[in-house]
Design a protein around this ligand. Sequence first.
Ligand code: OOG
Ligand code: MG
Length: 257
Amino acid sequence: MMTRLEDLAAQVDEAALTAQAIPQLTEALPGLTVEQAYQIQALSVARRVARGERRIGVKMGLTSRAKMIQVGVDEVVWGRLTDKMLLEEGGTLSRSRFVHPRIEPEIVFLMKKPLVGTVTALEAMAAVEAIAPAMEVIDSRYMNFKFALPDVIADNSSSSGLVIGPWCSPQLDISNLGMVMSVNGRPTQIGSSAAILGHPVRSLVAAARMVAQGDEALSAGDIVMAGGATAAHALSVGDAVRLEVQTLGSAAIAVVE
Ligand code: OOG
Ligand code: MG
């Protein structure tokens, strides 16, 4: 099975590199397990690292009802982030590098201490250096952005880009912050940080536990994306997207050819 998993990792990696959609892995392999899917994810990210990309942290996904409903998968997932995915705040995103990119409003944590395994919300917050408003660009490598749970996990939970706003004090109350994502000045997604598992810190608690199950850890300096608070918006060339998070500030990106 190991060679097989390597082969599947190469498929999702190649799809991301070339921005060419592939069929869902579970079409040919209906028995693919979540555990195997995380192994494929690890192997595909290892290919990126071998090409010179650097791991910068992790992203949590499907941590809000709105996100679960939009993609029809109702389990929390995680994925690995690399430096190549970072987009300049206020900068541009090139549409042609992606298959069918979407963008979603998030909160991101910067770790000052490691966090591993089962932790409380208080322990999790005590390990945070800073928090920031952020948007994630997701791009499923599967046709029609359609997938089952093992597919999306194998595809690194659709990770493809992120833009981070100003870093703020971790002392701020982030339990229920208004989040408004606008496209060309028109609010398109409106929500609250409370939509993220009731409180974004629960996403960090889940990250510590789930990442440890993958024999990895959250380390000092890592970033952890908490997951979309609303459904994601499908990006088109010409979209100027801006997220405003109450108290924390804003982040913006414009889509070009
Ligand atoms: C899966 C990734 C979900 C989030 O924030 O919920 C995610 C997807 O929607 O393609 O990143
Ligand atoms: Mg996300």
